[in-house]
Design a protein around this ligand. Structure first.
Ligand code: 13P
Ligand code: SF4
Length: 365
């Protein structure tokens, strides 16, 4: 989802980096408990240093849900995260995304009208009970669809538990939008990638399959992916294992199956941090996830050797859009008594159906 972002005023463009940081700190002091800054692990260091809380999608969603008394939440992450925070907070609270162009390319790969059309085709093909699950990296309208159809949400940190829940409730799991997360988790649960799963291409009738194939296949994976994690390959793993015997490879489950299978571990951004921090000094790691997190891991763990699995490193361009200058602008407006800049608001009907789906997820923990 790309929204129109107003240009940064000259004042914020021309300040020195030090002045920007001082302004943010001074604004935070003035705003006190009225404002909380949330920072996803892929954010730039210049932003993360000002975050009250950092985390993966699941942790930040839980924090937003529990911030009952905070009128302003500034979400330094991407659009679906700010939408989720808006859904989980009360009508008295507001959520801002400091740069409106911070979307998620994967979330944009599952348009809700496409999902609705595919769903209707599957039902017409005579499929049995279908339980929809969407990865949290999706639009609020898709979360609402899932909520209205007896389904739920998962994150990279809880996907196995959620998929287990869904499969116990229906004959088919329809998983959106990340084919890789769905495939990796279902494979780890013992399902066969050929016999039990099919890839649903939304551009083709019935996802590109016959009605019989749809009826007999348990797991349908929407054809979406993360372009950032697509840059990690099996070749890189083989090369590193030859060059550095003993190296440990850890990747995000948005990577392709062959990459996850050849790695030592996979997990959410928070789980990647925990695994590396818990490892003994001297451990050598290659990490298959976004560059800002990998670089921060290397800085924060000087007793270990940590590099990106991809030698050219992989950047999420939309996460990267938010800078300390955007953050300074949002906070300065609040200090001056202006309305919250870049509010992310999900309409009431969508929010209430999405909340049903999110609550089902939270109730599993
Ligand atoms: P996490 O929930 O693991 O932080 O992942 C979010 C994301 O967008 C990964 O690309
Ligand atoms: Fe979306 Fe991929 Fe960026 Fe994560 S890394 S926010 S999935 S585009």
């Amino acid at each position: 989802m790309t929204l129109l972002q107003p240009a940064l005023p000259d004042l914020f463009k021309s300040m020195s980096d030090d002045d920007v940081h001082q302004l943010i700190s001074a604004s935070r002091k003035k705003l006190g408990e009225r404002c909380v800054i949330l920072g996803h692990h892929y954010q730039r260091d210049e932003v993360i240093r000002h975050a009250d809380y950092t985390g993966d999608s699941l942790k930040l969603a839980r924090i937003a849900r529990d911030l009952k008394e905070t009128p302003y939440i500034v979400f330094c992450g991407v659009h679906f995260m700010a939408e989720t925070a808006d859904i989980l907070t009360t009508g008295q609270q507001q959520v801002s995304l400091p740069d409106l162009q911070a979307g998620c390319e994967m979330a944009d790969m599952a348009e809700t009208w496409d999902v609705e059309a595919s769903w209707a085709e599957a039902v017409a093909a005579g499929a049995g009970t279908i339980v929809p699950v969407t990865y949290i990296n999706s639009k609020a309208s898709l979360k609402a669809f899932v909520g209205d159809h007896g389904g739920t949400i998962c994150t990279s940190g809880n996907a196995r538990e959620v998929i287990d829940w869904a499969l116990a409730r229906g004959e088919h799991l329809f998983f959106f939008p990340d084919q890789h997360l769905g495939r990796n988790v279902c494979k780890a649960m013992g399902f066969d990638t050929e016999k039990d799963m099919l890839l649903w291409d939304p551009k083709k009738p019935l996802g590109g399959h016959s009605p019989e194939k749809i009826r007999e296949t348990r797991i349908w994976l929407w054809q979406g992916h993360c372009p950032v994690h697509a840059l990690f390959t099996l070749h890189q793993i083989k090369k590193l294992r030859t060059e550095k015997p003993g190296i440990k490879i850890i990747v995000h489950p948005e990577c392709a199956m062959e990459v996850v299978d050849a790695s030592d571990m996979s997990g959410s951004t928070e789980q990647i941090i925990q695994a590396i921090e818990a490892s003994p000094a001297g451990t050598v790691w290659a990490v298959g996830t976004e560059k800002h997190l990998v670089e921060r891991l290397a800085t924060n763990n000087p007793d270990k050797e940590i590099t990106s699995l991809n030698p050219y490193t992989c950047l999420c361009g939309t996460m990267n859009r938010i800078t300390s200058r955007h953050l300074a602008w949002v906070l300065d407006d609040l200090v001056q008594g202006k309305p919250l800049r870049n509010p992310i608001t999900v309409d009431e009907k969508t929010a209430s159906s999405s909340l049903v789906a999110l609550d089902r997820m939270f109730n599993l923990h």
